[in-house]
Unconditional design. Structure first.
Length: 354
């Protein structure tokens, strides 16, 4: 694996790419229907399904865990966030991950830990998101959650194997290895993790310096939450949701493949804590509006550059992607720091700790 991969130049004269799909066949199955439609219609339909479905789910989720559904006003504000917008813009599948996160939280709060684990298995869609959560669950000795996760994971894998064959699975393995090394559609320079920062540093200084930043930053960020959250916590407590929010945020900057749109998994715990009045309002506002403001400024500057010079240099694209990815990295680290502070401060209820 390398920071930059085989494609060091992110832009070519022909910017059209065919995106390989590194997902298990079961997750690709629903798109057989969309493939019967023309590209524009399928995109519009997929976008509508994601928008309407996520609105309905968030109201369902908050009604079940809080007692009343989230207001449309708050949903609209959350939908202004860059992760949600990019999910729609790129036709991404991460709303499924957010729903799985929400159901994992909902069933954990209602003591249905086995069902919580079953829903967590949905994250096999992008298994890099489990890099911190699974070790945390092992430290917590959450046997029923791990049993539920194992059940759904095995079911997804065997169903996918039924839909394809051994050769298909070997081809998927090769594709995943290719992704880890870097393919043109990876957009490493636009990620929100330490790998992204290492990539940019490597292209300014040296490859070794980039590697040091990517590896050391990832290791420290991975170890910090597992150290501070090592005490056993009741799965149905608000403290657990604070911890999960921190773990999700840490995962976003540790996972080797992590784009901004994957931050949508933070929305369910953010909404829960916000409606429970346990979340710093400034933190939520920063998470939503800072990346949007940066994106807006970048578009304005890009427009002026085009008007003056007639086109955009590749360096402008790289600078824009860096600013957006770096802002998400900092915000994820801020959320992690906030969750650790909330968990460790003395006035928190000790009854949550087993």
């Amino acid at each position: 694996m390398t920071i930059g991969g085989p494609c060091e130049i992110p832009f070519t004269q022909d910017s059209r790419h065919y995106h390989p799909v590194p997902y298990l066949p079961l997750f690709i199955l629903p798109f057989k229907f969309f493939s019967l439609l023309n590209l524009s219609l399928s995109y519009v339909l997929w976008t509508l399904i994601n928008c309407i479905g996520f609105i309905l789910y968030l109201r369902f989720f908050t009604k079940k865990v809080i007692g009343f559904p989230v207001t449309f006003r708050l949903i609209f504000i959350v939908f202004l966030s860059l992760p949600f917008f990019l999910n729609l813009y790129y036709g991404q599948v991460n709303i499924w991950l957010a729903i799985c996160a929400g159901e994992f939280i909902r069933h954990s709060l209602s003591h249905n830990t086995y069902l919580a684990g079953l829903w967590l298995g949905g994250w096999i869609l992008k298994p890099q998101l489990l890099i911190l959560l699974l070790p945390f669950l092992i430290l917590q000795r959450s046997i029923k959650i791990l049993m539920g996760f194992s059940t759904s994971t095995i079911g997804i894998i065997f169903t996918s194997l039924y839909l394809t064959d051994i050769e298909g699975f070997l081809a998927l393995k090769d594709m995943l290895l290719e992704y880890s090394r870097g393919v043109p559609t990876n957009n490493i320079w636009a990620m929100m993790n330490w790998r992204m920062l290492g990539w940019h540093v490597a292209h300014i200084t040296s490859k070794n310096t980039g590697w040091v930043i990517a590896i050391i930053g990832s290791l420290i960020t991975a170890c910090i939450p597992l150290y501070f959250f090592r005490k056993r916590i009741k799965s149905d407590s608000t403290q657990m949701i604070i911890i999960l929010l921190g773990l999700f945020a840490a995962t976003n900057v540790v996972a080797w493949h992590a784009h901004i749109h994957m931050s949508i998994i933070l929305i369910p715990p953010l909404l829960y804590l916000n409606l429970k009045n346990r979340l710093n309002k400034n933190l939520l506002s920063a998470w939503i509006f800072i990346p949007v403001f940066i994106d807006f400024i970048c578009y304005v500057l890009a427009t002026f550059i085009i008007l003056i010079f007639g086109n955009l240099h590749a360096g402008v694209y790289l600078a824009t992607d860096f600013l957006l990815g770096f802002s998400q990295l900092i915000l994820n680290l801020a959320i992690l720091g906030w969750s650790i502070f909330q968990f460790t401060r003395p006035k928190e209820k000790l009854s949550d700790i087993i």
